[in-house]
Design a protein. Sequence first.
Length: 707
Amino acid sequence: MMKTQELYGQVTAKIINFQPRKSQLEMVEVIDECFENVNPELKDGHNICLIEAPTGTGKSLAYILAGVVNAQKFQKKFIIGTATKTLQAQLFNKDLPLFVKNSGIKINFGLAKGRSNYLCPYQLENSIADLPIDMVSQADGSAQKLQSIASHFKQGAWNGDLDLAPITIESKLKPLITIDKHQCLGYQCPHNQKDESNCPFYKNREFLKSCDVIITNHSLLLADLESGGGNVLPFKPADYYLCIDEAHNFPGYAVNGFMGQFELKQSIGLVNNASKLIANPGNNSYIYTDIPLCDDLAAKALDLSDSLEKLYQIIKLNKEVFNDGVFILNDYLNPAISQELKDLFVVIAYIATELAEGMKKIQDKLKEKLKSSQDFVTEANLVKLGFYLNSIEGIANTANYLINKDDSRYNANARWVEERLYNGGEEYNLIAGVTHVGKLLANKLWSRVHAACLTSATLAIGQRFDYIKFQLGLNLYSNLHEIKLTSSFNYPKHSQLVIPQFRYSPEYSTRVEFQKELGLYLRQILDYKEAYGTLVLFFNRQQLIDTFKMLPPKIQNKILLQTEYSSNQKLISEHKESIDTNQASIIFGLNSFAEGVDLPTRYCMHVVISKLPFETHTDPQNKVREYWVKAENGNYFMDVSLPETCIKLIQAVGRLIRSEEDYGQVTICDNRIALKQYGSILLSALPEFNRQYNPEFINQSYQRIRH
Ligand code: SF4
């Protein structure tokens, strides 16, 4: 078999206008060495590599090449996990087809997405049947829309993947055409028989079993790990090589993946209805013939509903402890948490878990029954039961996080209630989950996967990977491969960094003065004569709006506010349209514009960072983290806050130079980066922007790009 490095030469030689990149070959070699020499007996991390690959490395080709070659050689699969749909689409539509074409290696590859991304023909059929009595939906066109979705699907030109739908499907219609895992009838569904399936989700799931390479997203990968591995995705971690791209986001996704939440008042109603569905002795209706089992579960549901009601009342009585709509439930952060409340959490966790288990038993029995004969009542009951089971599992899951024991920064849970209005009354959303995923990932992924590569443009702080390793639990392994590749871009020539001398910083005590100064400064620098594309980043919605209001109409007219757009894509196309017609356009964006956004050449010649992206201290998860770091005599600012800010800042300034053709300026309006001691840590982690101020730089860049 051809060596991976030789194959690299062969593949890249066939790519038109390809410029050889030393760092790309280096990345291929590091992954190849790691993937080739796996000893499953050793659990020391020798089979895991962390690679920081700056923009322009061409990292997707590097990991596809090393991943595919080794997967074929050792008869494994290759799974690629990413954070964004944009990258998934790029890998599926461009990078993998290009690799197949140029390498001559034949592989099957597919995209794995969650069930909610696919049309459920069974649900659609039922929704269409139910709609005529709903006059509201008739009036707003929902009925016609559902008919149109059904007819497109029936014609066979569309495979039911909602991302590829031939018509726009509004979010309000999604529940009418998709289904969750508990409601899905599986092989008892008339649309999904073992020998013939018309179900988009199951058809894709079957297809994935034959794939050599699967592209998925972080959330689905984590859902699979949570279910034990090999249940949501078709393969177990031991059977695949894994590449986690956009890996700096993986810990955040993992924290969200190991979390639960439910609306308290709505849940009380749902649990009561579940009880009636399972057993209603009043009218002698039982969901299943085992009456003692049904009676027992219905009684448990009523107990659960009582306990939830008690919880609701206690929270309502404690309204004064809500701070900005948030009531923290960790007793070490909130002395108002009584023993009565904690006992209630234990009861809720216990009953909800037992109830969910019992409901699953009934679900299995009903599915068995459907196998022998089609019965529409049982079918409908199964779907209803699945709906309630989904909610009760959510309650059990959340309640188990509520009662978990917290004992260190590695093993602590955040628990809180958020207040909101629902149907004119007070509703409380209970949220609980882990604050650190290191141990969970070590148990569920790192100790099981055959081999893995994690990559991103921002993994290291300076030369060190300590923080990302700590977040991912990779600090528990002594033999990891770590490499920080160098950038091929000539930053000093193509870019400059400006830190204006503001008198005030955005710290709490001077935030008002800072805001005035920021408004005045942006007035001066954003008054462009030429068609420059600019991205101004804010990390707080209110600050974005306040700043916009401080600007004169002639500048406001050039600004596109992220807060006014339903999708970033729509905003970006308007921005590009303006630049293409030689008009300046300025994006005022929030967090989601600080990473993953590609605005080449004139579309982004100036990135303005309004303030350093420090996290908010009011966030309950951060409060729990801070508590434990301090309890263990750590320094929260240096250990957690600064590294996180550093990674966000590198991502944000990384919007400027995306290719060798890009030029421009980064302006950081937060003077703490120049005045505070920690500022030097942040500055040294940024690319080598030119620091000699040249007032004409943007204009010169514009001329360079134009010619
Ligand atoms: S198998 Fe499940 S997802 Fe597929 S059509 Fe039937 S109910 Fe819907």
